[in-house]
Design a protein around this ligand. Structure first.
Ligand code: C2O
Ligand code: CU
Length: 441
């Protein structure tokens, strides 16, 4: 081979190497115990982390590419990672006993995820979840659009709450009678990205994409930014059909929203507080400080809207295939069980559907507690509440079903496999409120 041919070959290989590195990215996530410093305590708190970080590393991939995640479990108990909301191959869904074996202490598992949808997603274990998530195992997974959007800033807020004792350690009893009789385990220290009341800074005129992810075991957030306008542009990782204001959305465990936050040009020097108003007493979660500077020109962005993504008309003449009655019983491994049609996981009332056939399901809450119901691997649309048409202008993967409420959803199974369906209040799920939807070709 002559020199110029050789150079050509090296160049081509180099380019190919570059192209494939671009199309496939690999990262490593290691679950292990470390110490985390919360404010107000003298000592550090033992937590369970990915790569020593609280929350776990922020994963960013591009739509259409593949993310390879080498997971190694250095905890003292089995674990797994589930990629909440991502539509991926069933074998990569991370549910021990359903899609894979538990990853034992000291063992590894390689997840290969083909990123089909751009948006805000997250990851967490699916083994002894009420304890593993509560001890800190969770992180955000962003799939970027193929076209860069010129937001001034892209903020990612993983919301959580921790139940800490006086000495700063995590309250060590899980799935207690109290948690189970109520809406799961609610903490006493709300955090954003592991920090208590963080302050964010912006410039006048900026337009910020704010991604909110509720990663708490059970707490529900209803956010309000005093004095700023915030528009919901995406729900559960997908663009909405019509924009609406933040105040209209309740963020239950599992849910995500993307907001378009506009900082007016005349507010330099002001600080805005972000508070939660779900509970009777509102409390501050974070603040946004606008630096006293010249206003920047607001970026010109028209966030995408998804008008033709599983439209409600698809379900017009479809009959309800399944009603899952949600309620509690005495029994199960904790003494109080949460059921779907009177049955406890793994002896669940499961369903089998045909690929590509539209389905309607009713979640009927016969209890007086809250149940944010989540289905793996699909986006669904809310069609009715209590039998009355209530078509939402967006799709979801998690819907909050209030006390005595019944919610009718529609979806089209597009990936075969066995998809877990459960309440995202971790304590309710651990106490039996899980089943599966099997999708066959
Ligand atoms: Cu966040 Cu089974 O899911
Ligand atoms: Cu529940």
């Amino acid at each position: 081979m002559n020199t110029s041919k050789m150079i050509m070959l090296i160049l081509t290989l180099g380019l190919l190497g570059y192209a494939s590195a671009y199309a496939e990215q690999s990262i490593h996530l290691q679950a292990k115990e470390v110490y985390h410093q919360f404010p107000f305590f003298d000592t550090k708190t033992p937590v369970w982390s990915y790569n020593g970080q609280i929350p776990g590393p922020l994963i960013r991939g591009k739509v259409g590419t593949t993310m390879v995640i080498d997971f190694s479990n250095r905890l003292k108990e089995p674990s797994s990672i589930h990629w909440h909301g991502l539509r991926i191959e069933n074998a990569m869904d991370g549910v021990p006993g359903v899609t894979q074996d538990p990853v034992e202490p000291g063992e590894n598992f390689r997840y290969r995820l083909k990123l089909e949808d751009a948006g805000t997603f997250w990851y967490h274990p699916h083994f002894n979840s009420s304890e593993q998530l509560e001890r800190g195992l969770k992180g955000v997974f962003i799939v970027e659009e193929s076209e860069r959007q010129p937001w001034s800033q892209d903020w990612v807020w993983l919301m959580d709450d921790w139940l800490l004792q006086k000495d700063g350690t995590i309250y060590p009893h899980f799935n207690t009678g109290r948690d189970l009789m109520h809406d799961g385990r609610w903490g006493n220290v709300p955090t954003i990205n592991g920090k208590f009341r963080p302050e964010y800074t912006a410039k006048p005129g900026e337009r910020i994409r704010l991604r909110l992810i509720n990663g708490a075991n059970a707490r529900i957030f209803s956010l309000h930014i005093k004095g700023l306008s915030a528009t919901v542009i995406a729900v559960d990782g997908r663009p909405v059909t019509k924009f609406f204001t933040l105040d209209k959305f309740v963020l239950s465990p599992g849910n995500r929203i993307d907001l378009d936050v506009r900082i007016p040009e005349q507010v330099g020097g002001k600080t805005f507080t972000v508070e939660d108003r779900f509970t009777r007493r509102a409390f501050q979660l974070a603040s946004i400080k606008v630096i006293p500077s010249e206003a920047v020109k607001p970026p010109d962005i028209t966030p995408p809207t998804a008008t033709d993504f599983i439209p409600a008309q698809v379900f017009k003449n479809i009959k309800v295939e399944k009603t899952w009655d949600l309620n509690a019983i005495r029994g199960g491994k904790f003494g109080i069980g949460w059921t779907m049609n009177q049955r406890l996981w793994p002896d669940a009332d499961k369903v089998v559907y045909q690929l590509g056939t539209p389905q309607k399901i009713i979640f009927k809450n016969s209890s007086s507690r809250l149940h944010p119901m989540h289905i793996h691997g699909v986006f669904f649309r809310v069609l009715e509440r209590n039998g009355i048409e209530a078509i939402e202008q967006f799709t979801r993967d998690t819907v909050l079903v209030g006390p005595r409420e019944s919610v009718t959803i529609g979806f089209v199974p597009e990936h075969s496999g066995i998809w877990l369906t459960h309440c995202h209040i971790q304590e309710h799920a651990e106490a039996g409120m899980m089943t599966t939807i099997k999708v066959k070709k």
